[in-house]
Design a protein around this ligand. Sequence first.
Ligand code: MV4
Length: 507
Amino acid sequence: MLKKVLVANRGEIALRVVRACQELGIRSVAVYSDADAHAPHVREADEAVHIGPAPSRESYLDGERIIAAAKAAGADAVHPGYGFLSEREWFARAVREAGLVWVGPPAEAIAAMGSKTAARTLAVAHDVPVVPGTTEALPDAAAAKKVAKTFGYPVLLKAAAGGGGKGMRVVRTAAELPEAWESARREARNAFGDDAVYVEKYIEGPRHVEIQVLADHHGTVIALGERECSVQRRHQKMIEEAPSPAVSPELRARMGAAAVRAAKAAGYRNAGTCEFLLARDGNFYFLEMNTRIQVEHPVTELVTGVDLVQWQLRIAGGERIPFPDTMEPRGWAIECRITSEDPTNGFLPSTGRIECLHVPSGPGVRWDGGVESGSEVGLHYDPMLAKLIVWGSSREQAVDRMHRALRELIVAGVETSREFHLRVMEDAEFRAGAIDIQWLERRLPSLLGAAPSVAERQAAAIAAALIADADRRGTRHTAQAVASESASGAGVASAWATLARREALRP
Ligand code: MV4
């Protein structure tokens, strides 16, 4: 078993890993930048090492510095979390060469899955379905046109080095292809320094469904079911759930088996995720493998009962996976990403001090957060403050429970995605599970333009009652905050109202 793990990350995932270490009796070492000296992940870890100034490049992305910190602290392993250095092949290799255990897949597996075309080639060779198209980059637009003709329009041009939708172009007719080809190449070159582009059949209105896998060092590879991640905006996932409303036990078994084949083909170890497109006709296609623990891992944990982060640590320490290779989900789990973004203002990042944070609780509620009251939210790092995750015995119960939990949540001081999530939980299409990867962009105008949510209407009623009450108690300042926020109709109204309510009810 590992004895001391350096957590090469910050925020909620760093705290998540520290908690797993504590539960396993492993010592944890946090790292922190100037901006994070007082962050919860630093305080909760057994030890902490300062690694540099606020900009990530000089702290959380400084691999040499992090490895030096691990050695200085006497750690025997490094857990990278997600983002930052988690999928850098060179870092995984450097950690290993420093004599430390890498809590993740081998550098070779990261490399095998790093290129889209290489991953497609690997998938094809192991009977994992991929979208019809080429597995090689094409020399020019004429070659692309020729290939497109064989499986018909629309087609999608994709960057071989791809990621985040960069260098992707939908082409609906042969006439549009040359121009799209040039712009896809240009974008790929700028984004990845690699202008290799290939062609796929364009799948209309699919879902994004991914399969969680775990692989140990003794040849066992298992699938832990799927996550539905279609509710996303500009390639940023907003809400994830497990299982998917579109996946039957039979489909789950086939997708799971395909994911296990892909993982085995890559020599995969530890936790990873195979991303698929699930087409309207029920066909599924492998897209890529994420060689890290993902943001949305808790929904799988809640429906399988498997602590994925603990198992990352156990597997890295040499333990065998004790679970059966087929796992049916129990109940339903939903995750909402609580970000410091203003949904009414194009999801513009919001900064400031978190003046008040009241975390939801009660049956079936989990909060994986990285901030607290008093935390400063700046622009140096990702705007995700926390994840609110709920479990229910059915999808409907989970959605209702998420709505209840979101109503309990108060974040005052920065704008957040809370109100947006409330509206989604109230949305008839979402409640019917009728979602695909374009659903959110399509629905956003009506979601944000909709009548005030239940929470807002309640907040308005509470605010009205409070104004009278606060006057009597001489706490007019609270009443004024409530009144002005309510009158503006801003998403923070209910947060202030709940805060004020608590103030007003204080004896
Ligand atoms: C596709 C597709 C439709 N057809 N491939 C987007 C990012 C990259 N990882 C793969 N992506 C897509 N590939 C074919 N042949 C649609 C997308 C896509 C998408 C996929 C998953 C989640 C969100 C998405 C949003 C837009 C487009």
